[in-house]
Every structure is written in C-alpha cells, then in structure tokens.
Write a protein that binds this ligand. Structure first.
Ligand code: PRE
Length: 426
C-alpha cells in the first residue's frame, strides 16, 4: 500500500472546481483543484490529498503550483500552434468555473521557467497519467519505491513534466495482456525525445465500485478507462450486469467522479486503493476477464541509460520504410539470423505520410497504400555486438530508424489475481 503526502503536484491543463461531497473530506470540497499532491510510499496505507489556490507564493508548494500552471500553458500553446483542439481553461467544467490557463499572448519560456525545483530532496519525482489510486500510480511506485508520484491529467502532460524538469521520470502504460497496445503512448514516444530507461509489469486487479449502500440493482452504467472496460467486458456480462459503458480518463478518476457527483446509478471499475481513497464500496473484486491481467509500463527519462551486458536487457526501436512490405521481412530476419528474440511488434500510421499513391504496373492504375511506422522490442542490449550488427543491417532497409531505449528487463515474477468474488452491496 502507499500513502499520499503533501509534497507533490497534480499537473492539469484544465483545473476544475469540485462540488462538495461528504465522503471526500475537507480537502476535496468546493475548491479550485489546482494541485493534488501525492507521494508513493510502499510502507504505509494512509492517504491525504492537499489543494492550493490560484496564486503564486514563496513556499515550495506554491512554487510547484506555478509549475503546474506553466505546464498547462505550454501544452495550450503547443496545441494552438499545431491547430489541434484548443483547451479553453476558462470554460466551465460541470458548471463550475475553472482557472484561465490559456495565455492571451504567447510568451517564450525563460530559463527561470525551466529551472528544476529547489530543495529537490532525495525523492525521485515520477509523473503518471491519472489521479491517486490509478494503476499508473502503483506502477510508478513499483518502478521507483518511495518516489514522489505526480498525477497528470493526460499522457502528454507527463511527457512535458519530464521535459520541463518538473518530474525526473514518467511512467506510462504501453500494453496490456487483455486489451492490447495503448496506441497513444506509442505515438507520443515518437513525437517526444525522451528515452525509455526501464519497464515494469503490473498485475491489474479490477474491482467494481459504487457509492456506499448502492447495490447492483440500482446501477445503469459503468465508467472507467477504456482499457479497464475492455479488460472486464465478459465478466460484467457473466455477472448479469448489462450496464451502459462509458469511457473515463482513468480508473481512479472514474471512482472520484462518482463520489464527487454523488452518482447513485453509476459504478466504476478501479482498484481497491481507489475505493479506499474516494470512500467507495467494493461490489465485486477481481472482475478482470483473465486472472493473468498484466499491464506493461515503460519509464521515460531525459537521458538514456548506459546499456550493459551483465543482466537481461531489452531494446525498443521504431522504423519506417520507403518501398514495399518486403522490407519488414528483411528487418525481422536481421534479428532472426542473430538469434535475437522479438518480444513485441506494433504498427502505427505513418504520421507525415499515412497514405501513398503508387502505380500498379500490372494494371496500369494508381492505388493507395497505407504507410506505417513499426515499433519493435527485442531481447538484447545495445552493448552487444549482435544487436549493433542487427541494427546496422536494419538501417540499410529503412528510411528512418530510432532507438527509443535499451533498458533492463523487468524480471520480477508475479502471481495471477484471484477470480471474481462479489462482496458487499448485492
Ligand atoms: O486508469 C488507470 O488507472 C491507468 O493507470 C491507466 C491504465 C491504462 O492505460 O491501460 C493502466 C492500467 C490498466 O490496464 C488500466 C488502465
């Protein structure tokens, strides 16, 4: 178990005012929720969150709050520049006013904006997507015991937190044994220049949560992270729960949303720790479709780790090609001939050129072909000659090749979760 202590920050591009709810305690009630502070501490099970207000002051917490606002501004600026959705932070969320984080004028960052936190202390700061109680927070704690976990409302904010020196690491999910790849993070890995410095595999044990006293009969819908909904789909049906399913940013955020808004017809799929944090009851425990439900997370840093050969390493690469799919066969054989095992292959649309027009010589007609970026993980360290030789060969067949990281493999054994056990509230 882990605790939240008032020594971190919650990075958000939009802040919201949370209405009062008796189950949440004074820190959540009717305030501008600028920052939620959490430290992952594997030795304790107590939890406390703390909020601060929209001013910049002299204390460390206030300084950190400034960082959160800064991160929000940077993201807003980038989104404006890219012509993507503009986040209007001055808009109301759930009828409540939010802070204006959208700058009216672009102001370049100064060196002062980017300087690391004073009094950093001995705790490594780890950014994750979600709110306290999310699985990503547990993954951060598994990867870096006693770290200071920094909740971020979007994956991209976690990338920015590391780039801006607000966090030392980001821990992000990339694939789940039931739900498959988390594509957004593959795309972000390519857009940003952070390095993969490690991986952790986390057994994911889902619970069905409702407000205290609310039974299954009262429920009409279930909300959670899309991956969590997918991981529990069959079990919910087998339990006779034909509920409308709605996606939410993260599992723990879904539990918090129900608690804050007193939603008596809605259940959340989230962790037992989220139930504890947000005062929810556990209606059923272990509702994932397979007991071996595991999510793989990668750790990201500004600097790569130096590859070694004294322990098992994995290397992640991404590449693109200019002609034909036969290139893929050649690339894969570069690894096969050297007895290098591949552990993962993923294809994503080519960002700059998703479709290409090609002449079909046989029929004399032009046709459209989809273009891809390929992500490959293989079991070897970049310090090994066979990995270097394989990549030298891969480079010959590809138009673009980037090593995302060469890092120690997670070798920790894990035990499957138990099968569903309905508990209180039936
Ligand atoms: O929502 C959370 O709690 C998360 O940490 C995100 C996430 C994911 O993105 O896959 C992580 C692990 C589980 O597989 C479900 C959800």
């Amino acid at each position: 178990m882990h605790s939240l202590t008032p020594s971190g920050l919650h990075l958000k591009s939009i802040t919201r005012k949370t209405p009062s709810h008796p189950g949440l305690g004074p820190t959540h009630q009717g305030r501008f929720f600028i920052q939620c502070i959490s430290r992952y501490d594997s030795s304790s099970s107590t939890a406390a969150t703390r909020t601060t207000y929209g001013h910049v002051g002299k204390t460390r917490h206030e300084w950190q709050s400034t960082c959160a606002i800064l991160a929000g501004k940077v993201i807003s600026q980038q989104q404006n520049a890219a012509g993507e959705d503009i986040i209007s932070a001055s808009a109301a969320v759930n009828g409540h006013p939010t802070l204006d984080l959208v700058p009216t004028q672009r102001k370049p960052l100064s060196i002062a904006d980017l300087s690391p936190a004073p009094m950093h202390g001995s705790h490594i700061r780890v950014a994750y997507q979600g709110v306290p109680g999310a699985y990503s927070e547990s993954a951060a704690g598994k990867a870096y015991p006693n770290c200071e976990a920094i909740p971020c409302d979007q994956f991209e904010v976690a990338f920015h937190a590391v780039e801006l020196w607000i966090a030392d690491r980001a821990v992000l999910p990339v694939e789940n044994s039931l739900g498959g790849s988390i594509h957004r993070n593959y795309d972000l890995l390519l857009r940003h220049n952070l390095h993969i410095v490690g991986e952790v595999q986390l057994p994911v044990h889902h619970c069905l949560l409702s407000l205290p006293g609310v039974g299954k009969d009262c429920l009409t819908r279930v909300i959670s992270h899309p991956q969590a909904l997918a991981q529990c789909e069959h079990t919910l049906t087998k339990m006779g729960l034909h509920l409308a399913r709605e996606a939410f940013d993260d599992t723990a955020g879904a539990a918090e949303h129900i608690a804050v808004n007193n939603l008596r017809d809605t259940a959340a799929i989230a962790s037992a720790r989220a139930a504890e944090l947000y005062g929810m009851q556990v209606l059923a425990d272990g509702i994932q479709d397979d007991s071996g439900n595991v999510t793989r997370f990668v750790m990201l840093a500004r600097e790569p780790v130096i590859p070694r050969t004294d322990r098992p390493f994995k290397t992640s690469i991404v590449f693109a090609h200019d002609e034909g799919t036969s290139m893929l066969f050649k690339v894969l054989s570069a690894f096969a001939f050297r007895n290098i095992s591949l552990t993962k292959i993923e294809s994503r649309p080519h960002r700059n050129r998703p479709i290409r027009l090609v002449e079909d010589g046989d029929v004399g007609m032009a046709k459209h072909r989809f273009e891809y970026m390929f992500y490959v993980d293989f079991e070897a360290s970049m310090a090994e000659a066979r990995a270097q030789n394989a990549l030298a060969e891969v480079q010959e067949f590809t138009s673009f090749l980037r090593v995302l990281g060469s890092y120690p493999m997670d070798m920790t054994p894990w035990t499957p979760s138990s099968s569903p056990s309905p508990s209180q509230g039936d």
